[in-house]
Design a protein around this ligand. Structure first.
Ligand code: ZN
Ligand code: MN
Length: 168
């Protein structure tokens, strides 16, 4: 990450290094605000703007994957910058990485058939995680599903019965 940023002409400051560390150590998919909160423990003067600037620099050199949602929110993956399937709980907004062996062949083939050069792809599976399902139906379900909804909720929403542990 550091080398790529440097190569991209980006100045490496202690704050930026701390942001890189938070991203590298995050198992989940933090928001810029989550990152900012963690950074401020050590660098109280770091602004959210600095976090956003660092994130976009990392995005530009393909070191971070941004998952944007239509409500304007974004989540960041600093561990797997290449597109990969995500499993999203619409209640607690947990986002889990999913491994789908051979999955990359599909977008490549779709693009190839149409004569497109492939830039990226996105595959989100929506559901309610076991913890939220156990908590009962009173939770609201705004946010990510609505935000990313392509128009037909029923075809996108998948109710999951597996344990979280199996999917990691
Ligand atoms: Zn949940
Ligand atoms: Mn991910």
């Amino acid at each position: 990450m550091v080398a790529k940023l440097r190569a991209g002409g980006c100045r490496i400051t202690p704050q930026r290094l701390a942001i890189l560390r938070v991203l590298a150590e995050s198992i989940g998919h933090p928001t810029a605000e989550d990152i900012h909160t963690q950074i401020r423990e050590r660098f109280p003067t770091t602004s959210v703007a600095t976090v956003y600037k660092t994130l976009s620099a990392l995005k530009a050199v393909n070191e971070v994957l941004e998952l944007g949602f239509a409500d304007g929110s974004s989540r960041y993956d600093g561990n797997q910058p290449d597109p990969h399937p995500h499993l999203i709980c619409v209640r607690c907004r947990t986002i889990l990485d999913q491994e789908a062996i051979g999955f990359d062949a599909l977008p490549r083939e779709i693009a190839r058939r149409a004569g497109y050069s492939l830039i990226g792809h996105r595959f989100d599976v929506y559901g309610i995680c076991p913890a939220c399902a156990g908590a009962g139906p009173d939770g609201e379900e705004p946010g990510l599903l609505q935000a990313a909804n392509a128009g037909d909720q029923a075809t996108h929403e998948v109710h999951l019965t597996h344990d979280k542990g199996e999917t990691q």
